[in-house]
Design a binder for this molecule. Structure first.
Ligand SMILES: [Zn+2]
Length: 522
């Protein structure tokens, strides 16, 4: 089936590819899924324009006692980014919602503008939460839906933001309006759980590199960065994983852990997700939430099998919400216990790691005939980590330059920092820095970025003025702190220039506090 490309606004979108209909699912498996959304309102499915999306969510908020519409912020081209809060009481105030004894579940979609099915599913899900089959979940849950966080990309049918940056690599650096707006809103109503909805590329780079295309319907992955509190990962694996697998099986959907491969054609490595802290899936975990990525087979398919792709996101999100509601307050307590354990953790920090590599047979298919073409590849497994650099966990970090920018970014990521009230002489560990000469890429950052610096630790004593920034580690989002402030952590604030350092300097303007010389109660 050949499908034409839909013009949806500015930009030069890639044409949809023609591929055999290779999905394992049968359309009948989706009968009864209530896709009440603009894309399915008029006969043949269509992509939903920005205005139609805004009209639709406005209508939901008007007709539902439970839905309240607000704005996450504005995109780089000035488009509103709608955000919906769903509670039994119809609350709009984040503080009032946070005070309820119910888990707070965030669902976000379309970080990548050309991954339409996830966003459309969030509109259908919002309708079901507002007045449809999912209203009863609000007895046990509070839910936030951001159906289209990259409206500029969606309008241009492109992956990236209007600036050309990949939003889903920017969740540590927060250099883009959209990522800053999301994390600011999460600061006002911290998620216990976040589900992030995407679509994966079916053919292009897979055919170019491996001669096969994907026939799998779904790929899923939890947060995998080593700084994510272990007990949050355990909730993802024990509570949500079986629910996802049962739902996939019930609907005849084939699936795999999320794998991806670089755009570079000479790089034949396949990665299980990636461990960059700036990937949303990892950043949500580092800031103290259970985090799961849901991907359907879709990029490059245009509207082919669109209703099935949207229904798949809907069904998986519904299953995840039902599992969350089944736990109810116990889920919120479990996340709270995990956060407190993270704040109290004194185990060594894994500052840099490599992904262990193992052979994997990828279930690709012939792009023309659909015949099975199992393809042996080397997998970089983000769950099997080989430690490159491990060091004692400090009690906190002193940032003697760039403190203002660091404090502002970290505050958006649920990290509290303080200013020293008086000048002080402190015993610390200093970093002697060696630049590794690799380019630092603020935008389009790799899923497993290289380290741009190596360091040698040295015990010393420093004099710091009043007002110096101190970032303590005894807080739930300590994984964010270490990822941002250990200079040789990939993507660190020193490595990417948020903390400035001249070429002829060798001592980093960041220090590790290894004793209780600074007492902060958080
Ligand atoms: Zn994506």
């Amino acid at each position: 089936m050949k499908l034409g490309h839909l013009e949806m606004g500015q930009g030069t979108p890639a044409p949809a590819v023609t591929v055999a209909d290779l999905s394992h699912s049968k359309p009948s498996a989706f009968a009864g899924v209530p896709l009440v959304s603009p894309g399915f309102a008029h006969g043949a499915p269509s992509f939903t324009t920005h205005d139609a999306m805004v009209d639709f969510v406005t209508g939901l908020a008007r007709t539902s006692r439970h839905a309240r519409l607000s704005s996450l912020g504005r995109s780089q081209l000035g488009r509103d980014i709608p955000m919906l809060h769903f509670t039994r009481e119809g609350l709009a105030d984040p503080e009032a919602i946070a005070a309820l004894d119910r888990p707070v579940i965030w669902l976000i979609a379309q970080q990548h503008g050309n991954e339409h099915a996830g966003g459309e599913a969030m509109l259908a899900l919002a309708a079901a939460l507002a007045t449809g089959e999912l209203v009863s979940l609000l007895e046990r849950l509070s839910i936030v839906v951001v159906p289209r966080i990259n409206p500029d990309g969606a309008a241009a049918d492109q992956r990236v933001l209007a600036s050309g940056n990949d939003l889903n690599r920017d969740h540590l650096l927060l250099s883009q309006e959209e990522s800053r707006a999301l994390h600011a809103a999460m600061g006002r109503l911290p998620p216990d759980v976040v589900f992030d909805h995407h679509e994966f590329s079916v053919a292009r780079r897979w055919v170019e590199k491996f001669g096969g295309s994907h026939s799998l319907d779904v790929m899923i992955l939890e947060a995998t960065h080593p700084g994510v509190p272990r007990s949050l990962t355990d909730i993802a694996r024990r509570l949500y994983r079986p629910v996802l697998e049962a739902t996939l099986e019930r609907h005849g959907l084939s699936s795999h852990d999320y794998v991806t491969t670089a755009a570079d054609k000479s790089d034949l490595l396949v990665s299980l997700g990636g461990n960059a802290p700036g990937i949303a899936r990892n950043a949500f975990g580092l800031r103290g939430s259970v985090s799961y990525l849901i991907e359907t087979r879709g990029v490059g398919l245009g509207l082919q099998r669109y209703s099935q792709r949207v229904a798949t996101h809907y069904l998986l999100a519904k299953a995840l919400l039902e599992a969350s509601a089944g736990e109810g307050p116990a889920l919120r307590r479990a996340v709270g216990v995990a956060r407190r354990a993270a704040a109290a953790d004194r185990s060594p920090l894994v500052v840099a790691h490599e992904l262990a590599r193992r052979p994997l047979e990828l279930p690709l298919v012939d792009p023309e005939s659909g015949a099975a073409r199992p393809t042996p590849v080397t997998l970089a497994d983000s769950r099997l980590l080989a430690t490159v650099e491990q060091r004692a966990r400090p009690f906190g970090y002193l940032v003697v330059r760039g403190g203002e920018a660091v404090a502002e970014l970290l505050a958006l990521l649920q990290v509290r920092s303080v200013r020293l009230a008086e000048p002080a002489r402190l015993a610390v560990e200093a970093y002697d820095v060696e630049r590794l000469g690799r380019p630092t890429r603020r935008a389009g950052e790799s899923i497993n970025p290289d380290r741009s610096l190596s360091v040698t630790l040295r015990a010393t004593t420093i004099d710091v003025p009043a007002g110096t920034l101190y970032v303590p580690m005894n807080q739930p989002a300590c994984g964010v702190v270490a990822a941002a402030l250990e200079p040789d952590s990939p993507g660190s604030y020193l490595g990417v220039g948020v903390i400035p350092m001249a070429d002829d300097e060798s001592e980093a303007p960041v220090y590790r506090v290894m004793n209780y010389s600074i007492m902060v109660s958080m």
